[in-house]
Design a binder for this molecule. Sequence first.
Ligand SMILES: CC(C)(COP(=O)(O)OP(=O)(O)OC[C@H]1O[C@@H](n2cnc3c(N)ncnc32)[C@H](O)[C@@H]1OP(=O)(O)O)[C@@H](O)C(=O)NCCC(=O)NCCS
Length: 84
Amino acid sequence: MNIGISIVAEYRGLGIGAMSQRLLAERLHEQGYVRVEASTDIENLAEQRAHASAGFDFEGIARLAQGRADGVHDLQVWSHIPND
Ligand SMILES: CC(C)(COP(=O)(O)OP(=O)(O)OC[C@H]1O[C@@H](n2cnc3c(N)ncnc32)[C@H](O)[C@@H]1OP(=O)(O)O)[C@@H](O)C(=O)NCCC(=O)NCCS
């Protein structure tokens, strides 16, 4: 299961991103999903720290995996595995 998130601007930086992704990953595990994957732009420090706080592990870089308005970017790949 691959997840993504975007929080309304005025509610960012309050811990919601980390908490909600942790709770979602745990809920998905309860439903039988073993691997919960999330990826983010290599420049998105807020989401990288949110992944780490949520218990995700950094796995590596998916090169040139995302097209954005300003070009094609590398992505960080993270995963949340039960009892990891
Ligand atoms: C990325 C996003 C989901 C993070 O959620 P959030 O609720 O703002 O983040 P949190 O408050 O849970 O903070 C999580 C960690 O990121 C850090 N952080 C938060 N905003 C940050 C910023 N602008 N720059 C660097 N670090 C930041 C926090 O200090 C915290 O780190 P810590 O656990 O080491 O203390 C949210 O900011 C967002 O929706 N951004 C725009 C959309 C987006 O980028 N989505 C992800 C696409 S892959």
